[in-house]
Design a protein around this ligand. Structure first.
Ligand SMILES: Cc1ncc(COP(=O)(O)O)c(C=O)c1O
Length: 392
């Protein structure tokens, strides 16, 4: 099998989680049923909620189970916007241009169909938001602001934004803050209570749980309107029979990821720095598409975005894939479509350089042999991709 260095797209289900799923999927019981089977399912679901709350520093009833990161982000953006606009006219949504499409597209939807006005918070070349701009704009428009959303750690570049400062500013002005923490949970310390955001989205499949289960943390005092109907599950915010085994899988995966984080970080940082040094020797004009400082509070250890000027990112991806190494050219959701990274464009990269990047990402199973395989395939892939140049 090829070497896998695309853990930010999705990662292996942890063996402990597979064992749990096999065991728990054999049990029947709808947590809304009153009989013993239903109550047993409800107890398992609530236990999963408590474990997630403990791992991420929140109250168990702040944990809302969903089908994944996309749904969690949609629910937060659409639900906060609706709730805020029921209590007065607040059309403004502040966001970063570096957000995932699961955040950008619900905002576009609200612009088209609900009279929202999106305001893009400028970011610097590493993806850090301009907080002075945000403060000035919010101060001038606090009464019309529905919400602010900011991706906690970027899934394409690994840049970690200064979310506590954004939350502190918005708290002063009583504006809710949502954060897409899909790339953050399990990869940096996340404590919902200390952070003080209104809502926080994450998904199981980036942590070792299966695809199709996610969580939205919703502060206990936050007003959020449901976006799907047909039941009162999940504090009446997310109708539908809960996926009990999936919830247990996410709980176990989060516990494992959080428990092993310190050790993984040491490994990932070493691999990340070795990758950057070696890639610079292959391509001296290499640029890091994200924060490249020594400050570990500003960049993830497991995601590296490498911009190879003059090479199409897609060419590099295909050449490395044929050499037996799986990486990504950015967000998995846009992979396969040869477009420049919207994240790097938002950071001010040229169209060409934003199309010249690849993303390498590490996970719990990554070893130094995986990196060796990439580094031995890189020189040839780079020279071929450089010779091919751009087709468009
Ligand atoms: C930052 C970010 N947000 C949201 C999502 C969507 O999550 P899901 O695949 O669980 O729908 C992803 C997935 O790649 C992501 O990287």
């Amino acid at each position: 099998m090829p070497v896998y260095l695309d853990h930010a797209a999705t990662t292996w289900v942890r063996p402990e989680v597979t064992d749990l799923l096999i065991e728990q999927m054999a049990s029947a019981g709808n947590p809304s049923s009153v009989h013993a089977y239903g109550q047993a399912a409800k107890m398992r679901l609530e236990a999963a909620r408590v474990r997630i709350a403990k791992a991420l520093g929140c109250d168990h009833n702040e944990v809302v189970f969903t089908s994944g990161g996309t749904e969690s982000n949609n629910l937060a953006i659409l639900g906060l916007y609706e709730a805020r606009n029921r209590r007065g006219q607040r059309p403004l949504i502040y966001f970063l241009g570096t957000e995932h499409h699961a955040v950008l597209e619900p905002i576009e939807h609200l612009e088209k169909f609900a009279g929202a006005e999106a305001r893009e918070i400028p970011v610097d070349s590493a993806g850090h938001p301009d907080l002075d701009w945000l403060e000035a704009d919010l101060l001038a428009n606090a009464d019309s602001a529905a919400l602010v959303t900011a991706i906690y750690a970027n899934n394409e570049t690994g840049t970690i934004v200064n979310l506590p400062d954004i939350v502190a500013l918005c708290k002063r002005l009583q504006i809710p803050v949502h954060t897409d923490a899909v790339a953050a949970v399990g990869h940096i310390d996340v404590n919902f209570r200390d952070l003080g955001a209104s809502t926080l989205a994450f998904t199981g499949h980036k942590l070792g749980a299966p695809i199709g289960v996610g969580v939205l943390l919703v502060g206990r005092d936050v007003h959020l309107c449901a976006q799907q109907f047909g039941g009162t599950q999940e504090r009446a915010m997310r109708a539908g029979t809960q996926n009990v085994a999936g919830a247990e899988a996410v709980a176990l995966a989060v516990e494992l990821a959080v428990g092993e984080l310190a050790a993984h970080r040491i490994t990932w940082e070493k691999l990340r720095d070795q990758l950057i040094d070696s890639a610079k020797r292959v391509a001296p004009d290499l640029v890091i598409g994200g924060d490249s400082s020594d400050d570990s509070s500003k960049r993830l250890s497991n995601i590296v975005n490498l911009v190879f000027p003059g090479c199409a990112g897609d060419s590099l991806l295909f050449l490395l894939d044929s050499a037996g190494v799986a990486i990504s050219n950015g967000s998995a959701c846009t992979a396969g479509v040869a477009t420049a990274s919207h994240v790097l464009l938002a950071q001010g990269f040229s169209q060409r350089d934003a199309g010249s990047c690849v993303r390498v990402s590490f996970g719990a199973t990554t070893t130094s042999q995986d990196l060796d395989a990439l580094l031995s395939a890189l020189p040839e892939a780079y020279s071929k991709a450089k010779a091919a140049g751009f087709t468009v």
